[in-house]
Design a protein around this ligand. Structure first.
Ligand code: ADP
Ligand code: GLC
Length: 486
């Protein structure tokens, strides 16, 4: 099958969050299964080292470059145009200044290029059977396929329903879209243009990144105003848990770690913990648990809950490290906390892949008080590195972590602590449970070991996506959803 995979992040080239991990690991897994993948990505100014990538087609104001990172069957197509080169490390935010003013036109144009490539309008001799788009920036791909009359089937994956790509009513010209699409059953959303609705209404099949999130987004509490539409499309929506690249995330062979370790060979982990304490300048003894948080500093991740819970957490035998950057107000709160609790709290307000890995390998706990979590990858990396997640029971967290109830502990199935009460008190109670478990070393190590043995590669996920592509192709021949309602 020929699959055009449209995305705005790719591990190793440009990364804000888990979309980068997803966009490099799923296409690789599909290519290894014999599919032909073309990953379409903007060539941002922050991408280094690919200026020699050959030009394979001309584009308005620029060109398309091709890069073959392997495996066979996978090619990355880079849309090289001046407005993408103007963007640096963060493709969504201008340094210190919110969104880019040309977002509407830039991302709509990118989706239109996806349609041209899918229909081989640029003469590359390759045609897509399926176009797989991801999150709001590529959500107009199914719309442009329809407008350009390209017959490929379309799949749209929701990684985060809260980010919708909404632009003022007057943006029609910038978007290049006909005004009839500004309709409540199409792209109109409370008087504005919504990219996300483009994907949700026009794609043949929808997916999101865990079964629990697939159910949650059909409720008012998690639906971000789109739950009605998602209920209407429930029959076309699958929840597929993300896989991880198990070769890239392997504590037996991770060059960043102080010592290698693995299931039943946990010895090296003590060395990683000691090295981490040194690195952080913590004088914690073995009785003090180290809890890490790694991720975007946003309310989604429950950073505000953590700050509210901190005074009570600091009464426990616990040291806390937060690695991440994002919202300025929350970052200030973290810096203040670091000043208030110099012995037991650290805030590393930056993106640092190496420190992330050292935290997963040396910390005892990973805190994830997320308000919502479509899938979450950090808990998967943490479990693989013997770090036990303490997570709110939402979305992908409840689908990937088995709570340490006494039954699960006895059965040897527990992999972490899940809690339902999404308040600061709930987080403190969950941390207490984790510390009680840690005080029972045999049980604790069993939970670590069980977590490390979990298989979270892409095997099952890639198969599931292939089934979704087949379903999208089968649907293509039928009357599209939107024809009923327009
Ligand atoms: P989200 O996509 O919502 O940000 P995920 O858990 O799916 O959350 O993915 C986040 C990815 O980004 C993981 O690979 C995580 O390790 C990485 N990450 C996020 N922030 C940082 C940071 N400050 N330093 C290192 N890695 C980070
Ligand atoms: C989103 C979600 C996260 C998910 C990631 C990759 O950014 O917030 O939960 O793991 O996408 O699908």
């Amino acid at each position: 099958m020929n699959i055009l995979f449209a995305t705005t992040e790719f591990e190793g080239l440009v990364k804000v969050g888990g979309l980068a991990d997803f966009s490099s690991s799923l296409p690789r897994a599909l290519a290894r299964r014999g599919q032909q993948l073309r990953v379409l990505l903007p060539y941002y100014g922050g991408i280094r080292g690919l200026d020699d990538a050959p030009v394979v087609a001309a584009l308005p104001g620029g060109c398309l470059r091709e890069w073959c990172p392997g495996p066979r069957g996978l090619r990355v197509w880079l849309v090289d145009q001046p407005h993408w080169r103007a963007r640096g490390a963060d493709p969504y935010a201008r340094p210190g200044d919110g969104a880019w003013p040309d977002d509407a036109g830039a991302f709509s144009g990118f989706c239109r290029i996806a349609a041209w490539l899918a229909g081989d309008r640029l003469g590359l001799g390759w045609r897509a059977d399926v176009v797989h788009a991801n999150d709001w920036p590529t959500a107009l791909a199914p719309v442009w396929l329809m407008l350009e009359r390209v017959p490929a089937a379309t799949v749209f994956t929701i990684h985060n329903l809260a980010c919708q790509g909404v632009f003022p009513a007057g943006s029609g010209a910038a978007l290049g879209l006909p005004s009839w699409l500004f309709h409540p059953e199409a792209l109109e959303y409370w008087g504005q243009w919504s990219f996300l609705k483009g994907g949700l209404v026009f794609a043949d099949r929808l997916t999101t990144v865990s079964p629990s999130y697939a159910a949650e987004i059909r409720t008012q509490a998690f639906g971000e105003g789109l739950d009605g539409l998602l209920r209407a499309r429930a029959g076309d929506l699958d929840g597929i848990v993300n896989g991880i690249d198990e070769a890239a995330w392997n504590p037996l062979r991770d060059p960043v770690l102080a010592a290698p370790f693995g299931p039943r060979r946990l010895g090296g982990r003590a060395g990683c913990r000691a090295a981490l304490l040194d690195e952080l300048g913590f004088a914690a003894d073995d009785n003090t648990a180290i809890a890490a948080m790694v991720g975007r500093v946003q309310t989604q991740k429950g950073i505000d809950e953590l700050l509210l819970a901190l005074p009570r957490l600091m009464e426990l035998p616990l040291a806390v490290v937060v690695l991440g950057s994002g919202d300025a107000r929350l970052e200030r709160g973290l810096s203040e906390a670091a000043r208030r609790y110099p012995q037991r709290f650290r805030a590393a307000l930056r993106y640092d892949e190496g420190l992330g890995r050292r935290l997963f390998s040396g910390a005892d706990l990973l805190l994830m008080p997320s308000r919502f979590e479509p899938c979450g990858l950090t808990q998967l990396y943490a479990m693989r590195y013997g770090c036990i997640p303490v997570a709110r029971a939402v979305g992908g967290l409840r689908d990937t972590i088995t709570d340490a109830t006494s039954a699960a502990l006895d059965a040897g199935e527990a992999t972490g602590i899940l809690y339902a009460d999404g308040s600061p008190a709930g987080l403190v109670a969950a941390a207490r449970r984790a510390l009680e478990l840690r005080a029972q070393p045999e049980r604790w190590q069993r939970v670590q070991d069980t977590g490390m043995r979990q298989r979270h590669g892409w095997q099952a996920g890639a198969e599931a996506y292939q089934r979704v592509y087949q379903a999208a192709l089968a649907k293509k021949g039928t009357v599209p959803f939107f024809v009923d309602v327009l």
